[in-house]
Every structure is written in C-alpha cells, then in structure tokens.
Design a protein around this ligand. Structure first.
Ligand code: PMP
Length: 422
C-alpha cells in the first residue's frame, strides 16, 4: 500500500504519529537556548514564532551577497535584489493561491494590512448609515482601524457576539448582516482563544448581502492551508513573523478589481509612474501600495519560511499541533484550580487558561523561572477578556517544533506554581 493510501485510511492521527518533532526542533537554533539555567520551553509562538536555520541563512545570504535597492537600479546587484524581492512575491502568491502577483501587497504585517484597507478601501467609500461588522473575538488590530474609520466617516461599527465556548454565534452574526453592511472583518483564527471561525460560510453570507470581506489571517497561516480563491475573501492579511519568517514583513492579499479601484495609501518613491508639481500618476499594482524602500531581506526570509513550512507539510504540522492540543487540553483539565478559557470544538494550537487565586502575570513569572515561556495578559483582545470577566489569561501556544515533552514541562511548572500559591 502506498503512503498516500495509508494517509487516507489512517488520517491525521497517523500523520501526527509519523511527524518527527525532535528533528524539526533541531532546525531552530534558538530552541537550544537555556533560560534561567533551564532548557527553553517555548510556548509563545502565537505572539511570534521562532525562525528555522533555512530562514536565517536565506536572509544572511541575501544580506551578504545580493543586497541593493530594488526596482530602480541597472547594476547587477540591484537587479538581483529585485529578482529576489519579486521572486518572493510570487512565492507568497503560490502560498495563498492568489490569481496574480498584482494581488500580493507587501506590508509590515497584519496591522498595517488592515489599516491600509481601512484607509484606502473603507474611508473613501463609507458614510453615515453604513455599517462595518466584526466579531467579539477580534484582535485590537481588527477593531481599532475600523473605529478610526467610523470616526472619520460617521459609519457604525457592529459586533457579532460570542458564546462561553468562544465561538461567534452564527445566528447573531447572520442577524447583523443587512444591506447597510458594507464591510465584514473577521479573524480566521482567534489569537486569544484559538477558535477557528467558519469563515467560508461567513464570507458567503456577507457576500450575499453585498458586503466586502476582510479576513485577519495572522493566526491561521501557520496552522491551516489557506487558499484565498477557495475562501472567496476580498482581502486577506497575515504577518511573516507568526509564520516562521522575519518581523516587519507581511502580506495583504486583495482582489485585483478592488485594489485597482483604491487610491494609494502612502505617497513616495516606487508607487509613482511620473511626478511633476502639476500631476503625479501612480504606478500599477502591486507597487501602487508600496511607497518607499521596502523590507527586501524580509521578503526573502518570508519566502524561505513558506518553503520551510510547505517542506514540512502544513497538513502534517497541523495534525501534530492538534495532537499536542488534545493532550495538553486533557492534562490541563485535570489540574486542580485551572480553568480553560475558550473551549470551541474547532481550535488551532492555542490554550488560554487561568489558575484560581493566581494572577496570570505571577503565573507567567513562575513559569519563566522554569524556562517555560508563555504569554500572559489581554493578548490585544481586551473585549474578549471583558466578555469572560477576566483581566487577563495565561496562554500557551504550539508550533511545528513543540513536543509532548514541552507539555510535560508546562504541567510540571504549573504544579510548582500551584504549590507556591497554595
Ligand atoms: N491579528 C491577530 C489575530 C493577531 O494574533 C495579531 C498578532 N498578535 C495581529 C492581528 C497583529 O499582527 P502584527 O502585530 O504582526 O501586525
């Protein structure tokens, strides 16, 4: 029987069992670091993932052999840098299955991508009586830019509520859609709770009302295969640094007709065709949205990160992370005084929790002393914390390099914390 057939029969559990996390781990030099004299247990990849050697080397190679400014030089290095930068754009296009590289805009990250759409798509189009619909589990990056547009244009922000499991209540979401809804902006995966939203059906429902849809994919691209055409999203935003790539680089995907009709967001070099004091004409897509010298080495690192993740196999990584999530969930549920926050049946590799009578920051500090890096706080999703009546949670998040041993270390550190605060 060939491997594909075995996969079909045995499914994700077999894929997860075959996955060699120890080998993957060895690709990430930083994971060999010791923290406070202990081996590092890195459980904060939802904030920023670590980079494999393949990414570090690609960036080093670019910096040591290829760097020059892009697009404007006739000399060899400039042409090589341009080829690297535009080659990386084509890599990103393939990664999300966009139709054309004209639909792939480089940005600093998800935050900048959403602000670009807010200021260049929404602000010129929306006014009094129009509505923007988001969900109650959004990251601040998918709340504040829309509030700014509301202040600027007089349009109204509507919020689809969530339930105690941390899922968007679909009936309420549908009820909030109307002909006034011009834009729907949703996370694909919640960073605070890990909930995976059923965005394909939500996008279809929004489109049925004539609304445009932006998906915040910051937490999705490392864990799920994303095909923007199959999803039907009008805009899709993500950051390189959550995807094993560098900081300061990300992608805004936008449907070409929409991007074409939008005014540039920032003015400067590279986004123009010609400039005179009387009139400036703008460059074509995607350059119209890329004013100034871009993050060239970042684009190279991002492409290497996509190669790396697809080399491991996104589905294989996802199956491994799901196995970790299931084990960790079962173990944490058994710990006394520990409450999981966000219990949706369909989750990505995030576990938010609280420990009775222990502030999450104190918990984070105790775990840090054990070498266990988790995140504590509101996770830039204050409304989610308010909904659950909490000031903060502790959050452990998994990536391709985490192991079952990491879970054991987390559990041991949590038991130690419980003893300290007993
Ligand atoms: N949306 C979500 C769901 C996120 O998790 C994050 C990062 N925490 C962002 C947006 C913002 O991403 P960045 O800081 O890379 O712009």
């Amino acid at each position: 029987m060939n491997t594909a057939a075995t996969d079909n029969l045995a499914g994700p559990r077999a894929a997860a069992a075959r996955y060699d996390a120890a080998r993957v781990r060895a690709d990430f030099p930083i994971l060999a670091t010791r923290v406070h004299g202990r081996p590092l247990t890195y459980l904060d990849s939802a904030a920023s993932a670590q980079r494999p050697l393949a990414v570090l080397r690609a960036v080093e190679q670019y910096e040591t052999r290829t760097h020059a400014n892009v697009h404007r030089g006739v000399h060899a290095l400039s042409q090589a840098a341009t080829a690297a930068y535009e080659g990386a754009r084509e890599r990103a296009r393939r990664f999300i299955n966009a139709r054309s590289v004209r639909e792939v805009i480089y940005v600093r990250g998800t935050t900048e991508a959403i602000n670009l759409v807010a200021q260049s798509w929404a602000r010129p189009r929306l006014g009094i009586g129009d509505e923007i619909l988001i969900s109650a589990l959004e990251h601040h990056a998918n709340i504040v830019p829309w509030q700014m547009v509301c202040e600027q244009t007089g349009c109204t922000l509507k919020v689809a509520p969530i339930d105690r499991r941390g899922e968007v209540i679909q009936e309420e979401f549908l009820k909030l859609l109307s002909r006034r809804t011009r834009l729907v902006a949703l996370a694909h995966v919640s960073n605070a709770l890990g909930t995976v939203l059923p965005i394909q059906q939500m996008i279809a429902a929004a489109h049925a009302h004539g609304a445009c849809v932006l998906i915040d994919g910051a937490q999705a691209v490392p864990h799920l295969r994303v095909d923007v055409q199959a999803l039907g999203a009008d805009f899709y935003a993500f950051s390189g640094h959550k995807l094993y790539g560098p900081t300061g680089i990300g992608v805004l995907y936008g449907r070409e007709e929409l991007l074409d009709a939008m005014p540039p967001w920032q003015g400067g070099g590279d986004m123009i065709l010609s400039v005179s004091f009387e009139k400036t004409t703008y460059n074509e897509l995607p350059f119209k949205f890329e004013a100034g010298t871009p993050n060239i080495s970042g684009s190279v690192g991002l492409a290497a990160a996509m190669d790396y993740l697809e080399g491991l196999g996104i589905e294989a990584v996802a199956a491994h992370e799901q196995a970790l999530l299931q084990r960790a969930t079962a173990e944490l549920e058994r710990l006394p005084d520990l409450t999981l926050v966000g219990t949706a049946p369909h989750k990505a590799a995030v576990l938010s929790f609280t420990m009775k009578d222990v502030h999450p920051h104190d918990l984070g500090t105790i775990l840090d002393a054990e070498g266990v890096a988790i995140r504590t706080g509101h996770h830039c999703a204050m409304p989610v914390m308010t909904f659950f009546g909490l000031p903060a949670t502790a959050r452990a998040s998994f990536a391709c390099y985490n192991t079952f041993e990491d879970i054991e270390r987390l559990l041991a550190a949590l038991r130690r914390a419980r003893a300290v605060f007993a």
